[in-house]
Design a protein around this ligand. Structure first.
Ligand SMILES: C[S@@+](CC[C@H](N)C(=O)[O-])C[C@H]1O[C@@H](n2cnc3c(N)ncnc32)[C@H](O)[C@@H]1O
Length: 422
């Protein structure tokens, strides 16, 4: 019998168990996923422009059971959604999901992501989560997405980290030696489970056997028994992007990829020297000293653009208007501000994906900042005037204070600035 090619083995795995196995009726509440898949987040990070999702074309490349497509639809209301996958069973489930949630502006198609020209469309945003590392040729996957990406479009995609996942790769290779990888899931999963339970606790492989999720059938199939899984380093990712004619924009969890976050106290020598490294080398340095930091090298990329957008100047701030990230509006952030004013207390913004920790807005700033958490952008000058009215400040003092607060929040994408000067 001829050996099965890798794409058809991958397809067979996902036809048997469409991924992820999330119930059709479930709605999306994962803020990190919503933030990562929002066109507003991505375009602001790269271009410092506030782009709304209405009417935009969104593609989910390797959409699986349609859960990620539902994330896209929740993060980008009013857009049009297309999902493609090589697994016909996964596509069926994605269609059922969208029917259940009554999202009409969507279509799903069985298709390989390495050639999506048959879609006959160009996209403003492409999401491709947990797919590239399964491909025989991930550069072909990136090229496939570039083919259908509008000039100003952005791709959110990721690959497994070679370093974080090395012991899972060991187990996959070990299962290959035993022939377990060729068994149907119904037989392979119990064998793997038995082996892992029996494995000496001191084994590094066993460090991945914690928590309930990894021990489920889905968890085992998506990890220890995942066919065609591969790991990558940061330099390999940058090289693949170069080969595909794409440019790295940022890590999705960029706050975690900072030296200040990886070291528990400042080491001046390291701080000084890391600044001299390229972006690629800085990120590689982080993955070398903290190899188990993250399962995914998860990033946004796009067509090469000659000059990245510079931070806003004082004048641009003064002439501009600000608004809260639309995701925060949907999370009812305004209510927190109203309650804080009533109680004369601060506002705590917890677990915001753009920030490294808790963000506290002091009780005074809450009062001039609240209007930003409405539907319309508010002129910075109006915020300064409000601060002057509330405090015994000169206009310069108020602008200085307001600007320091706004810049802090803008760096974390809590607020977005629209500047007429750009
Ligand atoms: C781990 S799942 C991820 C599903 C979805 N992106 C998510 O994050 O929920 C990987 C998916 O990629 C699909 N896939 C693998 N290779 C593909 C290819 N060459 N073209 C299209 N889809 C592919 C699989 O069928 C599977 O549904």
């Amino acid at each position: 019998m001829p050996e099965q090619s890798i794409p058809s083995l991958v397809q067979a795995q996902f036809d048997e168990f469409p991924y992820p196995n999330v119930p059709i009726e479930q709605t999306v509440t994962d803020n990190f996923a919503l933030f990562a898949n929002s066109i507003t987040t991505a375009r602001y990070l790269r271009d410092r422009q506030v782009v709304k999702p209405e009417g935009k074309m969104m593609l989910n490349a390797g959409c699986g059971s349609g859960w990620e497509t539902l994330v896209l639809a929740t993060a980008n209301p009013g857009a049009y959604y297309v999902g493609v996958d090589i697994s016909a069973e996964s596509i069926k489930m994605a269609e059922q999901r969208f029917q259940f949630h009554q999202i009409g502006d969507a279509r799903f198609q069985v298709m390989d992501i390495t050639d999506m020209r048959a879609l006959g469309e160009q996209f403003d945003f492409i999401a491709c989560n947990d797919v590239l590392y399964l491909l025989d040729d991930p550069v072909a996957g990136l090229k496939g997405m570039r083919q259908v990406l509008k000039p100003e479009g952005i791709i959110r995609t990721n690959v497994h980290s070679l370093y974080q996942r090395q012991f899972i790769f060991h187990m996959q290779d070990a299962m290959e030696l035993l022939g377990v990888m060729d068994e149907p899931a119904a037989k392979a999963v119990p064998i793997l489970r038995e082996l892992m339970e029996a494995l000496n606790d001191a084994s590094f492989v066993k460090s991945h056997w914690n928590g309930d999720a990894i021990k489920t059938t889905t968890g085992i199939l998506a990890n220890f028994l995942l066919r065609s899984d591969k790991g990558f380093t940061v330099p390999q990712v940058f090289e693949m992007l170069r080969q595909a004619g794409l440019q790295f924009i940022s890590m999705v969890n960029w706050q975690a990829w900072k030296l200040e976050r990886v070291l528990t106290k400042p080491i001046p020598y390291a701080m000084r020297h890391i600044k001299k490294l390229s972006q690629e080398e800085q990120l590689h340095f982080i993955e070398l000293i903290f190899p188990n930091m993250t399962r995914l090298i998860d990033f946004w990329c796009g067509h090469p653009c000659p000059t990245p957008a510079a931070p806003f100047s004082q004048e641009e701030w003064w002439q501009g208007s600000v608004q809260a990230h639309p995701l925060l509006l949907r999370l009812n952030a305004r209510v927190a501000f109203e309650n804080a004013i009533r109680d004369n207390g601060p506002v705590n913004i917890n677990g915001w994906p753009g920030a490294e920790g808790n963000i506290v807005v002091d009780p005074f700033s809450v009062r001039w900042l609240i209007d930003v958490f409405g539907e319309e952008p508010v002129p910075v000058q109006a915020l300064v005037k409000k601060a002057v009215d509330l405090m015994d400040w000169t206009q310069e003092e108020a602008f200085g204070q307001v600007l320091a607060n706004l810049k802090f929040l803008e760096e974390r994408l809590v607020l977005l600035l629209n500047s007429p000067l750009r």
